[in-house]
Design a protein around this ligand. Structure first.
Ligand SMILES: NC(=O)c1ccc[n+]([C@@H]2O[C@H](COP(=O)([O-])OP(=O)(O)OC[C@H]3O[C@@H](n4cnc5c(N)ncnc54)[C@H](OP(=O)(O)O)[C@@H]3O)[C@@H](O)[C@H]2O)c1
Length: 275
């Protein structure tokens, strides 16, 4: 009898980075549990990966901002056999100002980026404890390293993902655990993200756009090396390094009163920036 395959659960698997994680992991011999709201998309991908890679795919239609859907995915994770990898990837951006606008999109973003990531990671760790190993990849953003007055909830929730993953990394290390965790921090990536956001892609030079395939390859290479933070692409590594070296007061000036900010504000009327 053949060895059972390891199982990976990927949220936001219906497009973009999540769909590429699913394809790459299926090609590497994983069975998949695919989570998102667009069930038709998930079923198409499940059929494709079944045919291409002989992967056994479970489709879990869920809106992870809804308590009952999140609970159903948690229950699935808790009981899943041969479960080895969780990719908390589902996410979206908004262009609402925090003050003045409606609270609903901020509420949904916190539920998806923060609560769903926390609850599914907890369920995954309980499952991993049976075999003492497993992997969690939390998809964050370079935005996590840089505050931004124009997209407060997005930057704040991605910063939370980094802090949460780092705390967990240290907790697991202290406990001598084999479980690996990673915060994946991409920059601008060619997916449906900016279509959902309603912006074009011309607001920034094509050099800054990465493919979802490159982002996923960097993530999985980083996982093998046990890297906590993975920032795909040299441009973004450099940007984050410079931002970290900059005194906070200088960064705040640049983001509020600096010429770059004023120029960006003019450009942003039609072409907002967010990763
Ligand atoms: N693209 C970028 O430039 C970029 C840069 C940095 C970080 N990221 C991060 O990368 C992750 C993946 O985004 P992407 O770029 O691949 O964008 P994408 O193509 O729009 O994919 C987003 C995925 O999240 C799912 N999703 C959204 N809301 C959901 C909900 N309430 N419940 C369940 N699933 C939900 C979507 O599926 P359904 O619509 O079918 O539910 C879709 O599968 C996000 O966390 C994003 O913040 C993206």
């Amino acid at each position: 009898m053949s060895e059972p395959k390891p199982l990976a659960l990927i949220t936001g698997a219906s497009s973009g980075i999540g769909a590429v994680f699913a394809q790459t992991l299926a090609a590497r011999g994983y069975d998949l549990a695919l989570v998102a709201r667009r069930e038709d998309r998930l079923r198409q991908l499940a059929d494709l990966f079944g045919r291409q890679f002989n992967a056994n795919c479970t489709v879990l239609r869920a809106d992870l901002t809804r308590e009952e859907d999140l609970r159903a995915v948690e229950i699935f994770l808790t009981g899943a056999t041969d479960f080895e990898m969780l990719v908390n990837n589902a996410g979206f951006g908004t262009l609402d100002q925090f003050s003045g606008g409606p609270v609903e999109s901020h509420d949904a973003m916190h539920r998806l980026h923060v609560l769903a990531t926390m609850r599914l990671t907890h369920a995954a760790l309980r499952n991993f404890s049976k075999r003492g190993k497993g992997d969690v990849i939390n998809v964050s953003s370079v935005a996590a390293f840089i505050p931004n007055p124009r997209s407060t909830s997005y930057y704040a929730t991605k910063a939370w993902i980094n802090c949460f993953t780092e705390g967990l990394y240290l907790e697991l290390k202290n406990a001598g655990s084999q479980v690996r965790v990673q915060a994946l921090c991409p920059g601008f990536t060619m997916t449906e993200f900016h279509d959902v956001l309603g912006t074009g892609r011309d607001f920034i030079s094509s050099k800054w756009w990465m493919s979802a395939e490159d982002v996923v390859q960097d993530s999985l290479r980083g996982l093998e090396k046990g890297k906590l933070f993975v920032i795909p692409g040299w441009r973004y590594k450099l940007l984050v390094a410079c931002t970290r070296l900059m005194p906070r007061s200088v960064l705040h000036f640049a983001l509020t009163k600096g010429p770059a900010s004023l120029r960006r504000e003019r450009v942003r009327q039609e072409k907002p920036e967010q990763t």
